[in-house]
Ligand binder design. Structure first.
Ligand SMILES: Cc1ncc(COP(=O)(O)O)c(C=O)c1O
Length: 423
């Protein structure tokens, strides 16, 4: 589809996140050459707009304080100091000690490090890993690789709501189990897994627990002590930070071998010159998200509920996928019977609305998402699903705009779908 840049429109977007201190900036959006269209971004689980306050915080570490955080001279020590400040900001958001934070290049690296790092460190104790079928590919693929290298991996099924049953998990643990990895919230349907109960079970059986919290950190209140997890992955670009930086929380006494070998960076848990601007960006992202956290559920959750209610009540033959009770506040995954999700995505893009089908990482494939398939049910219905994911940058007008255009888009698409019969 042509996306020729013609001119930009401005939309007042509140940024900055700190309550009472928000600064109104203009964010310039892309327009299509068929006239200016409001651009509504509802693909925040794929990535988010960098908060301008985060960008500002990062800038000096490209242009002025560009020292290597391992260098002894003043420029290096300045970089080291801000890295440690950022570590404290990340630790503060998730309730950990600063020494338990390892900076990485993002969620994928954090997930890989957790799995491989623990698996290789504990190989002499056992070779069994447990995960679920609805994990992100950053968990599923390294698990398959570990299988190829001789580890035994159990991929546990979830129920129709997307929830992992504790009984199923209990049965799967055996004397060789060294690690359980269960995502905090799913990136496609938003279901929140019962991590506290899973952690109690894991601790009881002497097994380590990792969670991929890439879609929850900065969006719902989360405390590693309270949750009881041993390792946790997070990624800056999912909550208005820069791409290519994240962190892995590693509980103090957990044995972990590094994925990357080289210098002794990050207490020998992750080699490589530190990405100082990115780390500063991650720290600022955590600070801003923390300040907005209390309002996230009401503000963003309120918008999601309005959007979902408007769609389900205003458009026939729509189905919300996954649990609507145990769910993050910013996401809705909806099937539109009779329509291909990919076609709907493109039709919405023409109207300036960005959504996704399945996870962003699997876009381009016409196969229904592995997450929806794992819930069981109708393959055709799963292929008709789109994911609408919001952030604190969305507002009421965004939702009104989508609710204004979507019924007509769906109606027209169904009119040209000979197999579609209402009801
Ligand atoms: C649940 C989950 N885990 C991991 C990742 C990978 O994170 P990153 O893009 O930072 O590598 C994503 C990104 O889509 C995700 O949604």
């Amino acid at each position: 589809m042509p996306t020729k840049y013609v001119r930009s429109i401005s939309s007042g977007v509140k940024v900055g996140g700190v309550r009472g201190e928000e600064n109104l900036v203009s964010v310039h959006f892309r327009c299509y050459d068929r006239g200016s269209v409001r651009q509504v971004y509802l693909d925040n689980n794929a990535t988010t707009l960098v908060d301008p306050a985060v960008f500002e915080a990062m800038k000096p570490f490209f242009l002025e304080n560009y020292g290597n955080a391992s260098s002894i001279h003043t420029l290096g020590q300045k970089a080291r100091a801000v890295v440690e400040d950022s570590r404290a900001q990340v630790a503060e958001l998730i309730g950990s000690k600063t020494t338990e934070i390892v900076f990485t290049s993002g969620g994928t690296e954090s997930d890989n490090t957790a799995l491989r790092g623990v698996a290789t460190a504990l190989r002499s104790r056992g070779n069994h890993i447990i995960t679920t079928t609805i994990e992100h590919s950053a968990i599923l693929h390294p698990c398959r690789q570990l299988e190829a290298e001789g580890f035994r991996v159990s991929f546990l099924k979830v129920d129709r709501q997307g929830l992992l049953s504790l009984d199923r998990l209990r049965e799967a643990i055996d004397e060789d189990t060294i690690l359980i990895s269960v995502m905090h919230a799913n990136n496609e349907i938003g279901v929140i897994e019962p991590l506290k109960e899973i952690a109690a079970l894991a601790r009881d059986r002497g097994v380590l627990l990792h969670t991929d919290a890439v879609q929850t950190v900065g969006k719902i209140t989360l405390d590693v002590e309270n949750l009881g997890v041993d390792l946790l992955s997070l990624s800056a670009h999912k909550f208005h930070g820069p791409k290519g930086v994240g962190a892995l929380y590693v509980r103090g006494d957990v044995a972990l071998l590094p994925l990357l070998h080289g210098g002794g960076h990050e207490r020998s848990r992750r080699a490589g010159t530190l990405n100082v601007p990115g780390i500063v960006g991650l720290g600022k992202t955590c600070e801003l998200a923390g300040a907005f956290l209390q309002d996230f559920g009401t503000r963003v959750g309120g918008l999601r509920d309005k959007l979902e209610k408007g769609i389900v009540e205003g458009i026939p033959d729509t189905v919300v996928n996954g649990s609507t009770r145990e769910r993050v506040p910013h996401l809705s995954n909806i099937s539109f019977r009779g329509i291909e999700g990919e076609a709907l995505l493109i039709a919405l893009d023409f109207q300036g609305v960005a959504v996704s089908t399945g996870s962003a990482c699997s876009s381009g494939t016409v196969e229904p998402s592995h997450v929806l398939m794992a819930l069981g049910g109708d393959r055709g219905l799963h292929k008709s699903a789109i994911r609408l994911s919001l952030s604190r940058m969305n507002d009421d007008q965004d939702i009104d705009y989508v609710l204004g255009i979507l019924p007509e888009v769906v109606k027209k698409m169904r009119q040209v779908t000979p197999t579609y019969r209402s009801g």
